[in-house]
Design a protein around this ligand. Structure first.
Ligand code: IMP
Length: 178
């Protein structure tokens, strides 16, 4: 058990299991992109996706460029429903294929807004790649191209995921103990 701010969390997904899921995702991304002639953009959605994107990146077997963007729809343990673009893209995506790397897809508000933003800015193709997915909460019909692991609808922290900015540094993933 660990305590972050006012809440208690219990172990949920081990570091090894997280890495296994990321290796599975990397295999599928490689299968689709290995022989590509363009240089796709791997887009890290800051801050939560930093550990995931880092691990994924070292498993990719094609030339790719790392770009970041900061989005946010969460306050505390709840999605606000409004997706804010907190920081612009760190590079131009016009004419490029983009692979979005998300830590977790919950309602899908963030990922769908981000996909639209990228297509708006001239990306030629946008693939969605997420480490974790909460299918019970997802309300969109946009297809998730690569999913590491589906999990139940519960609030989690660790391996990049935070509760009011704390917990990102945890090696394992923890679930709220209610
Ligand atoms: P969505 O827009 O509802 O799909 O939410 C996606 C974003 O909310 C993720 O990128 C995370 O930053 C955050 N988020 C969703 N679920 C959790 C969770 O269980 N713990 C921590 N952050 C979460």
């Amino acid at each position: 058990m660990i305590k972050i701010h006012d809440k208690v969390f219990k172990p949920f997904i081990s570091h090894d299991r997280i890495l296994e899921a990321i290796s599975g995702v990397a295999e599928r991304v490689n299968a689709d992109f290995r022989d590509c002639e363009d240089v796709p953009i791997v887009l890290c959605v800051l801050n939560g996706s930093i550990p995931f994107t880092g691990e994924l990146l070292t498993r990719l077997e094609f030339n790719c460029e790392l770009v970041s963007i900061k989005m946010s729809s969460y306050q505390g343990t709840k999605s606000t429903g409004t997706v804010l673009n907190m920081m612009g893209l760190t590079a131009d995506v016009r004419g490029r294929r983009v692979i979005i790397c998300e830590d977790i897809v919950d309602t899908g508000n963030t990922i769908v807004a981000l996909k639209e933003l990228l297509l708006d800015k001239g990306a030629t193709d946008v693939k969605i790649c997420t480490m974790l997915f909460k299918p019970e909460v997802y309300k969109k019909d946009v297809r998730l191209d690569y999913v590491g692991m589906a999990i139940p609808n519960a609030f989690i922290v660790g391996f990049g995921l935070d509760y009011d900015e704390l917990g990102r540094n945890l090696r394992d993933i923890y679930v709220i103990d209610e």
